[in-house]
Design a protein around this ligand. Structure first.
Ligand SMILES: Nc1nc2c(ncn2[C@@H]2O[C@H](COP(=O)(O)OP(=O)(O)OP(=O)(O)O)[C@@H](O)[C@H]2O)c(=O)[nH]1
Ligand SMILES: [Mg+2]
Length: 319
């Protein structure tokens, strides 16, 4: 990963814009009139875990769109400024929470979601607005780490990169909907010792969203950590991995860790659909599976590396 000075020097480059399939950087809707002392906190996690609800509560913003459980609601990234009363230590600076769409294997556009998140992060970084922290959320009521929950976790890890884990808060939400708190405590332990272990071992912080106070505590923790980073007391990568890969290393999206991960995941999903098709005799159901396979296939094709990129990688000419 490039060091801080090198990053700053390269950060003005917008060469990546056409590689991501945009004609013009203006097509990517990010915070207008960016300032290099703006503070950005990204909120990520699977669909329906309560990302928008969390942002709505801490920013008291009326613009945050909260959805229903079963259907993915947030499709684009949006930003919401924290009131000044909540930005202790960052007076006269703007602190934004960034709402992101979750990856969702029931939809046909996970590769579009990756592109949108990547473009947003790349433009913010090229505009000299580094990411202060990330909140990754998971719903504590979820019994199992099934498909899309696991997919979101892996994609978050690939986008963020382990060098930035210290800026991350891993948070569990929706404790109020548990019939018994001890169920949540057991799941929390499983997350800490199993699924979230790598991220927590990389110095991310675990926090439970139990009372209203705990939401503010998460923001305060991220701001306090970022202050230490800015003052040079903590050494944490300035860029997220995807920003480094796209803006500094000038990789195409399919050549990034997140791009490759998504391609593998979608290929796996295609294999599962193919296996399912063998046992289906109902024509209508068959058609639906074939349609899903086609959508997955189109996404996989879009995430294939170009010949020259594969060639360079094969002979280790590229980085
Ligand atoms: N009881 C309870 N419900 C919650 C909580 N957080 C969110 N919800 C509900 O869960 C549903 C989904 O919440 P959202 O905030 O839209 O979730 P999201 O993570 O932004 O979802 P996407 O935008 O689809 O990715 C909504 O009906 C919320 O009202 C919580 O802490 N407790
Ligand atoms: Mg949302």
């Amino acid at each position: 990963m490039a060091n801080g000075n090198e990053n700053k020097k390269n950060a003005k480059s917008f060469k990546w814009v056409s590689k991501l399939g945009f004609g013009n950087v203006e097509e990517i809707d990010t915070i207008p009139n960016p300032r290099d002392d703006d503070v950005l906190i990204i909120v990520m996690g699977p669909t329906g875990v309560g990302k928008s609800t969390f942002i709505q509560k801490v920013t008291m913003s009326q613009d945050v769109v909260v959805g229903h459980k079963l259907k993915s609601c947030t499709r684009d990234l949006s930003w919401h400024q924290l009131p000044e009363s909540q930005t202790k230590g960052f007076e006269n600076r703007r602190v934004f929470l960034i709402d992101t769409p979750g990856f969702d294997d029931t939809f046909d556009d996970d590769s579009q979601i990756l592109k949108r998140i990547t473009a947003w992060l790349a433009k913010s970084y090229s505009s000299q607005m580094p990411i202060a922290g990330i909140v990754y959320m998971n719903d504590i009521t979820q019994k199992r780490m099934f498909g899309s929950t696991r997919m979101n976790l892996t994609m978050f890890q690939k986008l963020c990169g382990e060098e930035s884990f210290q800026k991350v808060v891993m948070a569990t939400s929706q404790w109020d909907t548990l019939s018994n708190e001890s169920i949540g405590t057991a799941r929390e332990e499983q997350l800490k010792t199993n699924f979230w272990k790598d991220v927590l071992d990389g110095n991310a912080t675990y926090m439970a969203m139990k009372e209203e106070d705990s939401l503010t505590a998460i923001i305060n923790h991220i701001l306090a950590t970022y202050r230490m980073i800015e003052q040079g007391h903590l050494m944490v990568a300035e860029t997220l991995k995807i920003q480094d890969e796209i803006v500094v290393l000038e990789k195409s999206l399919p050549a990034t860790s997140a791009g490759q991960e998504l391609r593998y995941t979608l290929q796996e999903l295609m294999e599962l659909q193919k296996a399912a098709l063998k046992n289906v005799h109902d024509e209508e159901r068959k058609k639906a599976i074939e349609e899903k396979m086609k959508q997955l296939g189109d996404q996989v094709s879009g995430l294939k590396m170009s010949f020259s990129e594969r060639f360079r990688r094969f002979f280790r000419f590229g980085k």
